[in-house]
Design a protein around this ligand. Structure first.
Ligand code: HSE
Length: 435
């Protein structure tokens, strides 16, 4: 049988991994696709020493791959949202199917790219864009198609999870762990995307669109990274029976959709609280299926290649047996996507962990607790640590019941204004993840 012809653009960590896994698992992939897959053209600025190119054509100009009449599926693995977008659009206009791992591009320009692909009757697949090797896109788009998805919550940035895990378990410095994540090929080209939560926001937007049948709304995500999580907070959280994880949460409630990424205290007995290192996990609650959990490597050459190849197998099978566009890009028919309202972050209700430094004097705690009560915030627990030797200040940790961010903001401002409270208050959301 004539092989399906593939072009790969980008031969870095993921491109090199895809090229090598396709070669290593050629027989099993061909058996599953019902047709052999052949990489006929690679576009890359430089060769990857880990890849044996043999007689595969290599071009320094990636657009030659998009225009190559022999190529049937173009795999975009260069990243970024400028040249990558032009490349994918050029490939679509040349009537090639596309596979990409580019979460930024899908989150920010996916609506336009999917519309263009529909116009040209080709398919764009992006399994590798979210949670590395975990087949979460397929699970949401197809496996859970019979459910109304109520909410999902995930650890969807491997670098951030690696940093928080190493800081907590090995007392390592933030910068030192980030440098290791970069050397292992986990971190983004611009690592602020990982540590400031932007990468997780890209991925959350994609998951929410698939879960709720809405267009991609990167503009609407509330985003907070991990740069302000201190070893002190990791330690106090542990003492209280929690772990701090960087979580993406998408939830439908009566008012609309919550879309948020931020550090979160999770009870230590929850499975998500025990997802460590570069591993990712996504918890999805469907009305029929109940809670489901998807776990696996969230970054790295071979796990991401695994997801890219899954898309290639789907497309190759479509090409070989002629079932193009089996499932729409976002799972829902395009004309049934709904522009759901986004709940403003001030109105989002969660429980809270608040840490402050208070002067060790009579009456301080009673003033603090009355401010919470004035804002209608109920306190779940309050711990005052013993002062260190020769110190007149103590750390105070407050756990609240559910309260809207707007009310917590007001209480925090009023408490910070007290002359018995030093400096700023640290605030981290708490999610029980039980409904
Ligand atoms: N920088 C990303 C992460 C790579 O650390 O999760 C995978 O998307």
């Amino acid at each position: 049988m004539k092989p399906v012809k593939i072009g790969i653009c980008g031969l870095g960590t993921v491109g090199g991994g895809t090229f090598n896994v396709l070669a290593k698992n050629a027989a099993i992939v061909a058996a599953r696709a019902q047709v052999p897959l052949q990489v006929v053209h690679v576009g890359a600025r430089r060769n990857n020493p880990a890849c044996e190119m043999g007689d595969t054509r290599v071009s320094r100009d990636i657009f030659e791959v998009a225009r190559d009449p022999e190529v049937q599926i173009l795999v975009e693995l260069i990243g970024g949202t400028t040249v990558a977008r032009e490349l994918i659009e050029e490939a679509i206009r040349n009537r090639k199917h596309v596979v990409t791992a580019n979460k930024a591009l899908i989150a920010e320009f996916g609506n336009e790219i999917f519309a263009l692909a529909d116009d040209y009757n080709v398919t764009v697949r992006y399994e590798a864009a979210v949670a590395g090797g975990i087949p979460i896109i397929k699970a949401l788009r197809e496996g859970l198609a019979g459910n109304r998805i109520e909410w999902l919550a995930g650890i969807i940035n491997g670098t951030g999870n690696f940093i928080l895990s190493e800081m907590r378990d090995k007392s390592r410095e933030f910068a030192d762990v980030l440098a290791e994540a970069q050397s292992l090929g986990y971190a983004e080209a611009d690592p602020t995307f990982d540590v400031e939560g932007i990468d997780a926001a890209h991925k959350l937007v994609i998951l929410a669109a698939l879960a709720f049948g809405m267009p991609l709304r990167f503009d609407a995500v509330y985003t907070e990274g991990i740069t302000r999580v201190t070893p002190q907070d990791l330690g106090y959280a542990q003492e209280l029976g929690y772990r701090i994880k960087h979580l993406g949460v998408a939830r439908q409630n009566g008012e609309g959709v919550e879309l948020r990424v931020h550090p979160t205290l999770i009870p230590e007995q929850r499975l998500l609280a025990n997802v460590n290192g570069v591993m990712n996990a996504v918890l999805v609650e469907g009305d029929a299926v109940g809670p489901t959990l998807y776990y696996g490597a969230g970054a790295g050459a071979q796990p991401t290649a695994s997801a890219v190849i899954a898309d290639l197998v789907d497309l190759a099978r479509d090409l070989s047996v002629g079932q193009t566009c089996r499932v729409p890009a976002l799972g829902f028919a395009r004309d049934s996507l709904r522009d759901l309202p986004i709940v403003p972050i001030e109105k989002v209700e969660t429980a809270w962990y608040l840490r402050m430094e208070a002067q060790d004097k009579p009456g301080v705690m009673s003033r603090v607790t009355s401010i919470f009560s004035e804002q209608g915030i109920s306190i779940e627990g309050l711990i005052q640590k013993a002062p260190a030797a020769a110190q007149t200040c103590v750390a105070v940790i407050v756990l609240t019941n559910k309260a809207a961010q707007g009310n917590v903001d007001k209480a925090v401002r009023a408490i910070e204004a007290l002359d018995t409270i030093n400096g700023d208050i640290t605030r981290i959301r708490v999610e029980a993840l039980d409904g």
